[in-house]
Design a protein around this ligand. Sequence first.
Ligand SMILES: Cc1cc2nc3c(=O)[nH]c(=O)nc-3n(C[C@H](O)[C@H](O)[C@H](O)COP(=O)(O)OP(=O)(O)OC[C@H]3O[C@@H](n4cnc5c(N)ncnc54)[C@H](O)[C@@H]3O)c2cc1C
Length: 535
Amino acid sequence: MNSADNMLTTDRSALMARLAAPQIYDLAVMGGGATGLGVALDAAARGFSVVLVESHDFAKGTSSRATKLVHGGVRYLAQGNISLVREALHERSTLLANAPHLAQPLAFVMPSYKFWEAPFYGVGLKMYDALAGKAGLGPTEFLNRAETLALLPNSKLVGPGGQLKGGVKYWDGQFDDARLALALARTAADKGALLVNYCAATDLIHQGGKVAGLRVKDSETGRTYDINAKAVINATGVWVDQFRMEDGQALGRDVRAVVAPSQGVHIVVDRSFLPGNHAMLIPKTADGRVLFAVPWLGKTILGTTDTPRRDIVREPLAFKEEVDFILNESARYLTRSPTRTDIKSIWVGLRPLVKPADDDGDSSESTKSLSREHTILISNSGLVTVTGGKWTTYRAMAEDVLDRSFAFGLLPSRAGGVTVGLKLIGAQATKHSISETPGIHLYGSEAADVLALPGSDNELGGGLTEAMVVFAARFEYARTVEDVLARRSRLLFLDAALAKSLASPVAALLRQQTGVDPALPAFLGLCDQYLQLPN
Ligand SMILES: Cc1cc2nc3c(=O)[nH]c(=O)nc-3n(C[C@H](O)[C@H](O)[C@H](O)COP(=O)(O)OP(=O)(O)OC[C@H]3O[C@@H](n4cnc5c(N)ncnc54)[C@H](O)[C@@H]3O)c2cc1C
């Protein structure tokens, strides 16, 4: 018997049988992104009974589309938001300690072409180090021209503002966002929570003017389930307003939307455009935005943008101006710069920007915009909505959600801080960096379990073996080809053409494991979208 025999399976019929069993949960969470999963884990770790439903796959929303930085937020420092930065730096080190196989330190270099840039940004970054204190990952260093070129060999000798003068090196972190989301889900399950993907919350259940649960629908069978819960947490990201409005209607109140979505585009190009082990940060592009070039899983991520959108679509398309902006800005700093034909994947994430509370004008909710940029709203009926913030601070956000739920009387108070030292499933230090091509090291302490499965020596491509597909189906909630090739492995995000070429064998393997249709045609269409250059 290998150790996989002792692991918690994600067999769907068993999950649905648990969902059908009558129970009053302490918490029912809607949304399986960083925010909802963080709440589920914290609550389960404190001994509360928890159910979480996700309408699609875990991290299918914004949480798989981040720039992949675990960071304190240098730009908040420039805004003078010291407490926010200090807290994020603290969360950064907590995350790196609890999931070292998926989140690691990364050195960044800011090249400087104007005489004032290095001293100006360098002083700010020294302050960043000071705020990090013991949580610091390494000291900020001033670099001369030769040192800058040694770390960023593809930097232009003459860039915006003149000759390359030097640069500043500082430390932050990077991570695999979708795999971290899975690690949160599986750790929460290990603590007793029930988590179900492909199961959408469709309605809130009210009793006596209070939210008392959820109606949910299994996307695979169409069957509906009623879930009773003392606290209902709306962690549906950019989609939170739907439930806030439904809640308002049930109470006869008019509730206005608080989320103003803004999209961020990333493009992925070959690693050769960013040789070396350092990320590049341009703190102020031609139009005042920040541009990152980040080495990630064997490729280079370039991004991002910040474009308001009115619609909230599942798979938003990049606008031509956004792709042009990223390519044009990269060309101002890189000697050999990528063109449209070098793009291997384009992905788009939606930020839930929250309008100021005063704009809401809704007296049925107690509003508190918290310093970490996230917002928690509790309606008179007790619906707890949490949105905004960032991946890096998911753990602290979860603590805030529980604290507010206690204060509102939804749950009996239980001491916090339990997730500070809680290692996530698979946690194991590794000598492999997240910047390197993907492989078995991303499974951390579970690598041996994956290697023990059939097909571990049969690589399909891009570091994905048959055994990893089997593992995804048995232990990581994977149901569709997209689940495997976009989020268990990240090939859709790294190289959409390669992902497309592997889709058929992955579909065949998944069907064998799950017995359900793995939605191959839909995934092939998605690959085309991730390769599509906007005109
Ligand atoms: C472009 C971009 C780059 C970013 N980069 C970084 C970064 O480098 N570092 C960092 O720390 N942060 C970063 N962030 C922020 C971070 O990604 C987000 O704060 C975080 O992912 C939000 O997570 P969430 O769970 O609130 O939302 P989501 O991840 O969107 O999760 C909400 C979930 O709810 C589900 N859902 C919707 N409706 C229902 C329903 N009816 N029933 C059940 N489930 C439902 C959705 O499918 C979705 O999975 C970035 C954000 C963007 C947009």
